[in-house]
Design a protein around this ligand. Structure first.
Ligand code: ADP
Ligand code: MG
Length: 416
Protein backbone atom coordinates (compact mmCIF):
# COMPACT_ATOMS: atom_id res chain seq x y z
CA UNK A 1 0.00 0.00 0.00
CA UNK A 2 2.86 2.25 0.95
CA UNK A 3 4.37 1.81 -2.53
CA UNK A 4 1.16 2.75 -4.26
CA UNK A 5 0.76 5.99 -2.36
CA UNK A 6 4.41 6.91 -2.95
CA UNK A 7 3.94 6.30 -6.65
CA UNK A 8 0.72 8.28 -6.70
CA UNK A 9 2.48 11.16 -5.12
CA UNK A 10 5.33 10.84 -7.57
CA UNK A 11 3.03 10.83 -10.58
CA UNK A 12 1.06 13.76 -9.23
CA UNK A 13 4.25 15.70 -8.89
CA UNK A 14 5.43 14.75 -12.36
CA UNK A 15 2.13 16.04 -13.78
CA UNK A 16 2.55 19.41 -12.16
CA UNK A 17 6.11 19.92 -13.19
CA UNK A 18 6.13 20.98 -16.78
CA UNK A 19 6.98 24.51 -15.79
CA UNK A 20 10.76 24.44 -16.12
CA UNK A 21 11.56 23.28 -19.67
CA UNK A 22 10.02 24.98 -22.66
CA UNK A 23 12.14 23.01 -25.13
CA UNK A 24 14.70 20.59 -23.73
CA UNK A 25 15.98 19.51 -27.15
CA UNK A 26 17.86 22.75 -27.58
CA UNK A 27 20.18 21.66 -24.76
CA UNK A 28 21.29 18.56 -26.65
CA UNK A 29 24.94 18.40 -27.71
CA UNK A 30 24.14 18.31 -31.43
CA UNK A 31 21.81 21.31 -31.44
CA UNK A 32 23.22 24.18 -33.50
CA UNK A 33 21.78 27.53 -32.44
CA UNK A 34 20.97 30.26 -34.96
CA UNK A 35 23.35 32.56 -33.15
CA UNK A 36 26.81 31.73 -31.82
CA UNK A 37 27.93 34.59 -29.57
CA UNK A 38 31.67 35.27 -29.24
CA UNK A 39 32.59 33.25 -32.28
CA UNK A 40 31.96 36.00 -34.84
CA UNK A 41 35.63 36.18 -35.73
CA UNK A 42 36.04 32.42 -36.29
CA UNK A 43 32.79 32.29 -38.29
CA UNK A 44 33.90 35.13 -40.52
CA UNK A 45 37.37 33.72 -41.06
CA UNK A 46 36.18 30.18 -41.78
CA UNK A 47 33.43 31.62 -43.99
CA UNK A 48 35.94 33.64 -46.00
CA UNK A 49 38.09 30.59 -46.65
CA UNK A 50 35.31 28.25 -47.74
CA UNK A 51 33.55 30.94 -49.80
CA UNK A 52 35.95 30.34 -52.68
CA UNK A 53 33.98 27.22 -53.61
CA UNK A 54 31.09 29.48 -54.61
CA UNK A 55 33.29 30.71 -57.44
CA UNK A 56 33.94 27.12 -58.46
CA UNK A 57 37.45 26.97 -56.97
CA UNK A 58 38.75 24.52 -54.41
CA UNK A 59 39.10 26.10 -50.95
CA UNK A 60 42.25 25.74 -48.85
CA UNK A 61 42.57 22.91 -46.38
CA UNK A 62 41.89 24.14 -42.87
CA UNK A 63 43.11 22.91 -39.55
CA UNK A 64 41.04 23.91 -36.53
CA UNK A 65 42.01 23.28 -32.96
CA UNK A 66 40.92 24.15 -29.46
CA UNK A 67 39.82 22.40 -26.28
CA UNK A 68 36.50 20.57 -26.01
CA UNK A 69 33.40 22.71 -25.78
CA UNK A 70 34.91 25.77 -27.46
CA UNK A 71 32.41 25.67 -30.32
CA UNK A 72 34.52 24.12 -33.09
CA UNK A 73 31.96 21.59 -34.26
CA UNK A 74 29.11 24.05 -33.93
CA UNK A 75 30.87 26.77 -35.95
CA UNK A 76 31.97 24.40 -38.72
CA UNK A 77 28.53 22.85 -39.11
CA UNK A 78 26.83 26.23 -38.95
CA UNK A 79 28.99 27.81 -41.64
CA UNK A 80 28.96 24.77 -43.93
CA UNK A 81 25.17 24.47 -43.76
CA UNK A 82 24.87 28.09 -44.90
CA UNK A 83 27.51 27.53 -47.59
CA UNK A 84 25.65 24.50 -48.87
CA UNK A 85 22.38 26.44 -49.13
CA UNK A 86 24.11 29.21 -51.04
CA UNK A 87 25.80 26.71 -53.38
CA UNK A 88 22.44 25.13 -54.15
CA UNK A 89 20.99 28.49 -55.09
CA UNK A 90 23.95 29.25 -57.34
CA UNK A 91 24.03 25.77 -58.85
CA UNK A 92 27.57 25.04 -57.61
CA UNK A 93 28.23 21.26 -57.48
CA UNK A 94 29.32 21.28 -53.83
CA UNK A 95 29.31 18.15 -51.70
CA UNK A 96 29.99 18.18 -47.99
CA UNK A 97 30.85 15.23 -45.88
CA UNK A 98 31.14 15.39 -42.10
CA UNK A 99 32.69 12.50 -40.16
CA UNK A 100 33.38 12.28 -36.46
CA UNK A 101 36.56 10.18 -36.44
CA UNK A 102 36.29 9.26 -32.77
CA UNK A 103 32.84 7.78 -33.30
CA UNK A 104 33.84 6.15 -36.59
CA UNK A 105 36.79 4.54 -34.78
CA UNK A 106 38.74 3.10 -37.72
CA UNK A 107 40.15 4.40 -40.99
CA UNK A 108 37.92 1.95 -42.79
CA UNK A 109 34.79 3.38 -41.22
CA UNK A 110 35.90 6.97 -41.83
CA UNK A 111 36.41 6.20 -45.51
CA UNK A 112 33.15 4.29 -45.68
CA UNK A 113 31.27 7.33 -44.40
CA UNK A 114 32.98 9.59 -46.91
CA UNK A 115 31.92 7.15 -49.63
CA UNK A 116 28.37 7.12 -48.38
CA UNK A 117 28.23 10.90 -48.79
CA UNK A 118 28.94 10.29 -52.49
CA UNK A 119 26.38 7.48 -52.65
CA UNK A 120 29.10 4.89 -53.08
CA UNK A 121 28.11 1.78 -51.20
CA UNK A 122 30.86 -0.10 -49.39
CA UNK A 123 30.41 -3.18 -47.22
CA UNK A 124 30.85 -2.78 -43.46
CA UNK A 125 34.12 -4.69 -43.55
CA UNK A 126 36.11 -6.75 -45.97
CA UNK A 127 37.62 -4.38 -48.52
CA UNK A 128 41.21 -3.24 -48.39
CA UNK A 129 41.52 0.45 -47.53
CA UNK A 130 43.24 1.03 -50.90
CA UNK A 131 40.27 -0.51 -52.72
CA UNK A 132 37.77 1.81 -51.02
CA UNK A 133 40.00 4.74 -51.87
CA UNK A 134 39.93 3.78 -55.53
CA UNK A 135 36.14 3.44 -55.60
CA UNK A 136 35.86 6.78 -53.88
CA UNK A 137 38.12 8.51 -56.41
CA UNK A 138 36.28 7.02 -59.38
CA UNK A 139 32.91 8.06 -57.99
CA UNK A 140 34.11 11.54 -57.16
CA UNK A 141 35.64 12.10 -60.58
CA UNK A 142 32.58 10.88 -62.45
CA UNK A 143 31.07 14.37 -62.29
CA UNK A 144 33.03 17.54 -61.77
CA UNK A 145 32.39 18.53 -58.18
CA UNK A 146 33.89 20.22 -55.17
CA UNK A 147 34.02 18.12 -52.04
CA UNK A 148 34.66 19.38 -48.54
CA UNK A 149 35.49 16.61 -46.08
CA UNK A 150 35.29 17.50 -42.40
CA UNK A 151 37.26 15.16 -40.17
CA UNK A 152 36.12 16.05 -36.67
CA UNK A 153 38.08 14.81 -33.63
CA UNK A 154 40.79 13.71 -36.05
CA UNK A 155 43.32 13.53 -33.19
CA UNK A 156 41.58 10.43 -31.83
CA UNK A 157 42.06 8.57 -35.09
CA UNK A 158 45.66 9.61 -35.62
CA UNK A 159 46.59 8.72 -32.02
CA UNK A 160 45.44 5.15 -32.44
CA UNK A 161 45.86 4.48 -36.16
CA UNK A 162 48.53 6.88 -37.38
CA UNK A 163 48.22 9.49 -40.13
CA UNK A 164 48.16 7.28 -43.23
CA UNK A 165 44.57 8.16 -44.10
CA UNK A 166 45.26 11.87 -43.74
CA UNK A 167 48.32 11.52 -45.91
CA UNK A 168 46.33 9.83 -48.68
CA UNK A 169 43.52 12.37 -48.45
CA UNK A 170 45.86 15.35 -48.65
CA UNK A 171 47.37 13.89 -51.85
CA UNK A 172 44.10 13.03 -53.51
CA UNK A 173 43.83 16.08 -55.73
CA UNK A 174 46.93 14.95 -57.61
CA UNK A 175 45.06 11.99 -59.04
CA UNK A 176 41.68 13.64 -59.69
CA UNK A 177 40.90 15.05 -63.11
CA UNK A 178 37.57 16.81 -62.75
CA UNK A 179 36.87 17.16 -59.05
CA UNK A 180 38.63 18.80 -56.14
CA UNK A 181 38.77 17.90 -52.47
CA UNK A 182 39.34 20.20 -49.50
CA UNK A 183 39.88 19.00 -45.97
CA UNK A 184 38.78 20.51 -42.68
CA UNK A 185 40.53 18.79 -39.78
CA UNK A 186 39.32 19.49 -36.24
CA UNK A 187 41.30 18.53 -33.15
CA UNK A 188 40.52 18.83 -29.44
CA UNK A 189 44.13 18.16 -28.59
CA UNK A 190 46.40 21.14 -28.91
CA UNK A 191 49.51 18.99 -29.17
CA UNK A 192 48.07 17.04 -32.08
CA UNK A 193 50.34 18.76 -34.58
CA UNK A 194 53.34 17.04 -33.03
CA UNK A 195 51.90 13.68 -34.02
CA UNK A 196 51.69 14.50 -37.71
CA UNK A 197 54.20 13.88 -40.42
CA UNK A 198 55.49 17.34 -41.44
CA UNK A 199 54.24 16.85 -45.01
CA UNK A 200 50.74 16.02 -43.79
CA UNK A 201 50.79 18.93 -41.39
CA UNK A 202 51.86 21.46 -43.98
CA UNK A 203 49.17 20.47 -46.46
CA UNK A 204 46.44 20.12 -43.84
CA UNK A 205 47.15 23.49 -42.29
CA UNK A 206 47.10 25.70 -45.34
CA UNK A 207 44.93 27.73 -43.01
CA UNK A 208 44.64 27.44 -39.24
CA UNK A 209 41.99 28.61 -36.83
CA UNK A 210 42.37 28.47 -33.07
CA UNK A 211 39.39 28.36 -30.73
CA UNK A 212 40.24 29.74 -27.30
CA UNK A 213 38.34 28.71 -24.18
CA UNK A 214 35.40 30.92 -23.21
CA UNK A 215 35.65 33.07 -20.10
CA UNK A 216 32.84 33.33 -17.56
CA UNK A 217 31.27 36.43 -19.16
CA UNK A 218 31.21 34.79 -22.59
CA UNK A 219 29.74 31.59 -21.19
CA UNK A 220 27.10 33.67 -19.49
CA UNK A 221 26.00 35.15 -22.82
CA UNK A 222 25.92 31.71 -24.44
CA UNK A 223 23.88 30.28 -21.57
CA UNK A 224 21.55 33.26 -21.52
CA UNK A 225 20.66 32.91 -25.21
CA UNK A 226 20.08 29.18 -24.83
CA UNK A 227 18.02 29.62 -21.64
CA UNK A 228 15.58 31.84 -23.44
CA UNK A 229 14.62 29.04 -25.78
CA UNK A 230 15.12 26.12 -23.39
CA UNK A 231 13.31 27.32 -20.27
CA UNK A 232 10.18 29.21 -19.34
CA UNK A 233 10.94 32.78 -18.34
CA UNK A 234 10.30 32.36 -14.65
CA UNK A 235 12.43 29.21 -14.42
CA UNK A 236 15.87 30.79 -14.54
CA UNK A 237 17.63 33.72 -12.95
CA UNK A 238 20.78 35.66 -13.67
CA UNK A 239 22.28 34.50 -10.39
CA UNK A 240 22.07 30.79 -11.17
CA UNK A 241 23.30 31.36 -14.72
CA UNK A 242 26.26 33.34 -13.42
CA UNK A 243 27.18 30.52 -11.07
CA UNK A 244 26.92 27.99 -13.87
CA UNK A 245 29.14 30.12 -16.13
CA UNK A 246 31.69 30.68 -13.37
CA UNK A 247 31.94 26.96 -12.55
CA UNK A 248 32.42 26.00 -16.20
CA UNK A 249 34.94 28.81 -16.78
CA UNK A 250 36.96 27.63 -13.78
CA UNK A 251 37.16 24.18 -15.37
CA UNK A 252 38.39 25.15 -18.85
CA UNK A 253 35.76 27.34 -20.45
CA UNK A 254 33.83 24.39 -21.81
CA UNK A 255 30.42 25.47 -23.15
CA UNK A 256 29.25 21.86 -23.40
CA UNK A 257 29.85 21.32 -19.72
CA UNK A 258 28.05 24.58 -18.89
CA UNK A 259 25.04 23.55 -20.97
CA UNK A 260 25.04 20.06 -19.44
CA UNK A 261 25.07 21.59 -16.00
CA UNK A 262 22.11 23.75 -16.90
CA UNK A 263 20.13 20.82 -18.26
CA UNK A 264 20.81 18.63 -15.23
CA UNK A 265 20.00 21.54 -12.88
CA UNK A 266 16.71 21.97 -14.75
CA UNK A 267 15.93 18.28 -14.33
CA UNK A 268 16.69 18.42 -10.62
CA UNK A 269 14.49 21.48 -10.18
CA UNK A 270 11.73 19.76 -12.14
CA UNK A 271 11.95 16.63 -10.02
CA UNK A 272 11.67 18.70 -6.85
CA UNK A 273 8.73 20.56 -8.34
CA UNK A 274 10.61 23.81 -7.82
CA UNK A 275 9.47 26.79 -9.86
CA UNK A 276 12.95 28.09 -10.49
CA UNK A 277 16.45 26.74 -11.00
CA UNK A 278 18.37 27.82 -7.92
CA UNK A 279 22.08 27.93 -7.04
CA UNK A 280 21.83 24.64 -5.18
CA UNK A 281 20.45 22.93 -8.27
CA UNK A 282 23.46 24.13 -10.23
CA UNK A 283 25.82 22.90 -7.52
CA UNK A 284 24.19 19.47 -7.33
CA UNK A 285 24.24 19.30 -11.13
CA UNK A 286 27.96 20.01 -11.14
CA UNK A 287 28.54 17.19 -8.65
CA UNK A 288 26.44 14.80 -10.66
CA UNK A 289 28.22 15.61 -13.92
CA UNK A 290 31.58 15.17 -12.23
CA UNK A 291 30.38 11.84 -10.84
CA UNK A 292 29.31 10.66 -14.32
CA UNK A 293 32.57 11.85 -15.80
CA UNK A 294 34.57 9.85 -13.26
CA UNK A 295 32.50 6.72 -13.91
CA UNK A 296 32.95 7.09 -17.68
CA UNK A 297 36.66 7.64 -17.29
CA UNK A 298 36.96 4.48 -15.20
CA UNK A 299 34.93 2.36 -17.59
CA UNK A 300 37.06 3.46 -20.54
CA UNK A 301 40.44 2.69 -19.00
CA UNK A 302 42.72 0.20 -20.74
CA UNK A 303 43.09 -3.16 -18.96
CA UNK A 304 46.50 -2.29 -17.50
CA UNK A 305 45.28 1.03 -16.14
CA UNK A 306 42.37 -0.82 -14.56
CA UNK A 307 44.82 -3.21 -12.94
CA UNK A 308 46.86 -0.30 -11.59
CA UNK A 309 43.77 1.42 -10.25
CA UNK A 310 42.61 -1.85 -8.67
CA UNK A 311 46.03 -2.19 -7.01
CA UNK A 312 45.75 1.23 -5.38
CA UNK A 313 42.20 0.34 -4.39
CA UNK A 314 43.33 -2.86 -2.66
CA UNK A 315 46.15 -1.04 -0.90
CA UNK A 316 43.68 1.54 0.34
CA UNK A 317 41.34 -1.21 1.50
CA UNK A 318 44.23 -2.68 3.48
CA UNK A 319 44.67 0.71 5.17
CA UNK A 320 47.63 1.81 3.09
CA UNK A 321 46.17 5.17 2.25
CA UNK A 322 49.12 6.49 0.39
CA UNK A 323 51.43 4.08 -1.34
CA UNK A 324 54.70 4.32 -3.20
CA UNK A 325 55.09 3.09 -6.78
CA UNK A 326 56.97 -0.01 -5.64
CA UNK A 327 54.07 -1.15 -3.41
CA UNK A 328 51.59 -0.59 -6.19
CA UNK A 329 53.78 -2.48 -8.59
CA UNK A 330 53.93 -5.51 -6.32
CA UNK A 331 50.16 -5.71 -6.03
CA UNK A 332 49.81 -5.00 -9.75
CA UNK A 333 52.04 -7.96 -10.62
CA UNK A 334 49.88 -10.26 -8.52
CA UNK A 335 46.72 -8.96 -10.18
CA UNK A 336 48.25 -9.50 -13.61
CA UNK A 337 48.91 -13.09 -12.72
CA UNK A 338 45.38 -13.50 -11.44
CA UNK A 339 43.84 -12.12 -14.63
CA UNK A 340 46.38 -13.67 -17.03
CA UNK A 341 47.79 -10.37 -18.26
CA UNK A 342 51.51 -10.02 -18.86
CA UNK A 343 52.81 -7.45 -16.41
CA UNK A 344 54.31 -4.27 -17.86
CA UNK A 345 57.59 -2.90 -16.51
CA UNK A 346 57.57 -0.75 -13.37
CA UNK A 347 58.54 2.19 -15.55
CA UNK A 348 55.45 1.76 -17.73
CA UNK A 349 53.28 1.36 -14.65
CA UNK A 350 54.72 4.57 -13.29
CA UNK A 351 53.60 6.24 -16.54
CA UNK A 352 50.10 4.79 -16.14
CA UNK A 353 49.97 6.17 -12.60
CA UNK A 354 50.74 9.65 -13.98
CA UNK A 355 47.97 9.26 -16.55
CA UNK A 356 45.50 8.21 -13.86
CA UNK A 357 46.58 11.29 -11.93
CA UNK A 358 45.84 13.54 -14.92
CA UNK A 359 42.37 12.02 -15.39
CA UNK A 360 41.75 12.64 -11.70
CA UNK A 361 41.37 9.05 -10.50
CA UNK A 362 44.60 9.00 -8.52
CA UNK A 363 46.49 11.71 -6.76
CA UNK A 364 50.25 11.62 -6.51
CA UNK A 365 52.43 14.06 -4.67
CA UNK A 366 56.13 14.23 -3.99
CA UNK A 367 57.03 14.09 -0.30
CA UNK A 368 60.37 14.67 1.30
CA UNK A 369 61.70 11.74 3.31
CA UNK A 370 64.43 13.73 5.02
CA UNK A 371 67.80 12.18 4.43
CA UNK A 372 66.22 9.38 2.39
CA UNK A 373 65.48 11.85 -0.38
CA UNK A 374 62.10 12.40 -2.01
CA UNK A 375 59.46 9.92 -2.94
CA UNK A 376 56.13 9.88 -4.72
CA UNK A 377 53.08 9.04 -2.61
CA UNK A 378 50.00 7.91 -4.44
CA UNK A 379 46.45 7.82 -3.18
CA UNK A 380 42.95 7.35 -4.54
CA UNK A 381 41.12 10.52 -5.59
CA UNK A 382 37.76 8.81 -5.85
CA UNK A 383 35.88 6.88 -3.24
CA UNK A 384 36.40 3.17 -2.87
CA UNK A 385 32.66 2.69 -3.13
CA UNK A 386 32.60 4.20 -6.60
CA UNK A 387 35.47 2.05 -7.80
CA UNK A 388 33.93 -1.15 -6.49
CA UNK A 389 30.64 -0.18 -8.13
CA UNK A 390 32.25 0.26 -11.55
CA UNK A 391 34.46 -2.82 -11.26
CA UNK A 392 31.58 -5.01 -10.14
CA UNK A 393 29.97 -4.38 -13.54
CA UNK A 394 33.14 -5.45 -15.34
CA UNK A 395 33.22 -9.13 -16.36
CA UNK A 396 36.99 -9.48 -16.34
CA UNK A 397 37.92 -7.37 -13.35
CA UNK A 398 35.02 -8.06 -11.02
CA UNK A 399 37.11 -10.65 -9.17
CA UNK A 400 39.75 -8.09 -8.15
CA UNK A 401 37.58 -6.16 -5.74
CA UNK A 402 37.46 -8.90 -3.13
CA UNK A 403 40.93 -10.23 -3.69
CA UNK A 404 43.46 -10.00 -0.88
CA UNK A 405 46.98 -9.69 -2.24
CA UNK A 406 49.58 -11.93 -0.67
CA UNK A 407 52.19 -9.21 -0.68
CA UNK A 408 50.11 -6.94 1.49
CA UNK A 409 51.39 -8.16 4.82
CA UNK A 410 54.79 -6.87 3.73
CA UNK A 411 53.73 -3.43 2.47
CA UNK A 412 51.61 -3.03 5.59
CA UNK A 413 54.79 -1.61 7.12
CA UNK A 414 54.20 1.61 5.22
CA UNK A 415 50.83 2.15 6.87
CA UNK A 416 49.96 5.74 7.44
P1 ADP B 1 33.73 21.53 -29.60
O1 ADP B 1 33.43 20.93 -30.93
O2 ADP B 1 34.76 22.62 -29.62
O3 ADP B 1 34.03 20.51 -28.53
P2 ADP B 1 30.95 22.22 -29.69
O4 ADP B 1 30.90 22.99 -30.95
O5 ADP B 1 30.45 20.83 -29.71
O6 ADP B 1 32.42 22.27 -29.08
O7 ADP B 1 30.19 23.05 -28.58
C1 ADP B 1 29.75 22.45 -27.36
C2 ADP B 1 28.35 22.89 -27.05
O8 ADP B 1 28.35 24.27 -26.75
C3 ADP B 1 27.38 22.70 -28.18
O9 ADP B 1 26.15 22.30 -27.66
C4 ADP B 1 27.29 24.07 -28.82
O10 ADP B 1 26.02 24.29 -29.35
C5 ADP B 1 27.54 25.01 -27.65
N1 ADP B 1 28.28 26.19 -28.04
C6 ADP B 1 29.61 26.30 -28.19
N2 ADP B 1 29.96 27.55 -28.53
C7 ADP B 1 28.82 28.26 -28.59
C8 ADP B 1 28.51 29.63 -28.87
N3 ADP B 1 29.48 30.51 -29.16
N4 ADP B 1 27.24 29.99 -28.82
C9 ADP B 1 26.27 29.12 -28.53
N5 ADP B 1 26.49 27.83 -28.25
C10 ADP B 1 27.74 27.39 -28.27
MG1 MG C 1 33.52 18.91 -31.39
Amino acid sequence: MQNVSTLDELFERAMKTTQIFKNKDVLRHDYIPENLPHREEQIRYFGEIVASVLKGARCSNIFIYGKTGTGKTAVVKYVLAKLFDKAQVLGVPLKICYVNCRLAGTEYRVLASICRALNVRVPFTGLAVGEIFDRFKVALDMHASLLIVVLDEIDELVKTKGDMLLYELTRMNESLFQSKVSLVGISNDLRFKELLDPRVLSSLSEEEIVFRPYNAAELYDILFERCNIAFFDQAFSGGALGLCAALAAAEHGDARRALDMLRVAGELAEREAAVKIMDEHIRSAEKRIEHDRVIDAMKNLTPHSKLVLASVYLLNKADVNSAITGDIYEVYQELCELTAYTALTQRRVSGLISELDIIGLLNSRIVSMGRYGRTKKIRLSVSRGLISKVFSEDETFRCLIDYSPKCLTKVGDHKN
